[in-house]
Ligand binder design. Structure first.
Ligand code: SF4
Length: 222
């Protein structure tokens, strides 16, 4: 986009501080079902599901965990079988060797340092093997203890298109969003962007003509 065009587009939609609330309100109406798609019944299942969701779809994770969670109920169960058996149980989720290794490492640390319970603080969660800031933010938010804003590929793309950030690095994007998004919306904001990103603001071909944010978006093509 030419510089003057970007400037003109930003001027047309107004400052991001004025747009963020209407963006959230419209997306909440548009996607009332925007919640996490992973299925889990307790904190351990939540952690395992999020760990397995890297580089695969939530549908695949749910299919695998449906059986997995009947076999592995507590952290000790993941350590009680040979590594190869756990790998086979995770196989359909892809990168299963790494995931099995991380899962076992996470379970070992949970038992050693946290009495087998999932910690609440982000700085404790990220100590678990395979748990980065994004995973930790998802786990914390789903437990009602939101401490940050989840930035995945959809959140990054939509935040950039909406002019909420000029950054590319997820940590810097999260920092920009934390300054902009009202604290009470930190948990639902990423879900709204993720569902809008899947359904309307698609990566390769955004459907701006069908988008409820078109008049608030500097990247709108209509
Ligand atoms: S107007 Fe277009 S680019 Fe902007 S959020 Fe909607 S679909 Fe995405």
């Amino acid at each position: 986009m030419a510089r003057s065009y970007v400037h003109e587009a930003r001027r047309r939609v107004g400052p991001k501080r004025d747009r963020v609330r209407p963006v959230i309100e419209r997306l909440a109406l548009e996607h009332p079902d925007a919640v996490i798609a992973l299925r889990f019944r307790d904190d351990l299942q939540l952690l395992v599901s999020v760990l397995l969701s890297a580089q695969t779809t939530d549908v695949t994770v749910n299919r695998v965990t449906e059986k997995l969670f009947t076999k592995y109920r507590v952290p000790e169960d993941y350590l009680a079988v040979p590594l190869e058996e756990l790998e086979q149980d995770l196989k359909p989720t892809g990168t299963f060797r790494q995931k099995a290794k991380n899962l076992r490492g996470a379970m070992r640390l949970l038992l050693e340092d946290f009495d087998g319970e999932i910690p609440h603080r982000i700085d404790e969660l990220v100590r678990l093997p395979g748990v980065g800031r994004k995973t930790a933010n998802v786990v914390a938010a789903e437990r009602g203890a939101t401490q940050g804003i989840v930035v995945d590929t959809h959140v990054r793309r939509l935040s950039q298109r909406l002019g909420f950030t000029r950054e590319d690095d997820p940590a810097k994007i999260e920092r920009d969003l934390q300054r902009l998004v009202p604290r009470e919306d930190w948990a639902r904001f990423p879900h709204l962007l993720i569902w809008h990103g899947r359904r309307v603001c698609i990566a390769r071909r955004p459907r701006c003509e069908d988008c409820v944010l078109a008049d608030l978006c500097p990247s709108s093509r209509v």
